[in-house]
Write a protein that binds this ligand. Structure first.
Ligand SMILES: [Fe+2]
Ligand SMILES: [Fe+2]
Length: 301
């Protein structure tokens, strides 16, 4: 055993085993179940009834399953075309989420899907705040989220799903404290992939805007836990970009919907592309030793 591994083992023994109730799974300290995880990261599906989007999304899911056999999915938000515009009525919100469910049912197998909330998902124009379809809780219900932010675990990898949908695009204080605690409590030879709808470090923020305003604070927090934090996934800008900083890989990925399923505009490099990014998804290979491989795949239209 190399010295680095030996130190990590000692740290694991010394690590705390008290965890938040937002964890979906208990820690599994044994090594026998550790394997390379294959994870499909999709984001910005913006599902809608027109532009043949349901069939195109079903074909995308089929392509993912057929070619990559993922262990599970990460869904980065903006799952439905939009519930946030002022003109959206209740029936439209139902319609969009029902199409979302129908698309997933087209797969032969039920997969775990860990989702975060995008800015287009919540319905803010519900008649009042007590309406069961108002805001983020209803999105969480439709996406089977245990809370608006949470942690899930597969082997020695931890998936921390964040909610950046707060004023200023940032984590609220309660969430930040929770994240700091989670990162501290995760054992030393375990690894962390985080996902928010919005990028933290990314060239797409220069091009489009729409990144976490608390990026400096998050970058420092990840540096503090640099032996664990390996990956940060985001969407929102529909553009593909990779930034590596302090050994954390920040993947800002293209949208499944590309140009919201529409043909595109004069800046589109191809059909339904958003600027120079084709519609697509990312396949992650997450190794038990913390190594991350990620590949963006365009999906057929
Ligand atoms: Fe989007
Ligand atoms: Fe978005």
């Amino acid at each position: 055993m190399e010295r680095r591994d030996a130190l990590k083992s000692l740290a694991m023994v010394a690590g705390s085993l008290t965890f938040s109730n937002k964890a979906l799974h208990a820690f599994e300290p044994g090594r026998k179940d550790r394997k390379v995880l294959t994870v499909a990261h999709i984001t910005d599906v913006h599902i809608r009834p027109d532009y043949d989007a349901p069939n195109r999304f079903k074909n995308c899911l089929k392509q993912i399953v057929k070619h990559h056999q993922p262990d599970f999915f990460l869904n980065g938000g903006d799952s439905i075309y939009d519930a946030s515009y002022n003109s959206v009525v209740r029936e439209r919100v139902h319609e969009l989420w029902n199409i979302w469910d129908d698309c997933w049912k087209s797969l032969n197998k039920k997969y775990d899907i860990y989702s975060c909330i995008g800015n287009h998902d919540p319905w803010w124009k519900a008649p009042d705040k007590d309406d069961e379809m108002y805001g983020k809780p209803y999105v969480g219900k439709r996406l089977n989220m245990p809370d608006r932010y949470f942690r899930a675990q597969k082997g020695n990898w931890h998936f921390i799903i964040l909610d950046g949908n707060n004023k200023g695009i940032m984590l609220d204080e309660e969430q930040l404290l929770w994240l700091e605690k989670e990162l501290t409590q995760i054992p030393a030879d375990h690894y962390v992939a985080l996902m928010s709808h919005y990028p933290v470090l990314s060239a797409t923020v220069q091009l489009q805007g729409g990144g976490h305003s608390d990026f400096r604070q998050l970058k420092d927090l990840f540096y503090k836990h640099r032996d664990k934090v390996r990956l940060f996934l985001s969407g929102h800008n529909h553009l593909l970009d990779e930034t590596v900083y302090n050994k954390v890989t920040y993947c800002s990925t293209g949208a499944v919907s590309g140009y919201w399923w529409e043909d595109g505009d004069k800046e589109s490099a191809g059909h339904s592309w958003f600027k120079q990014t084709p519609p697509g998804y990312t396949i992650l290979k997450l190794h038990p030793n913390g190594i991350v491989e990620h590949t963006y795949h365009a999906h057929g239209f």
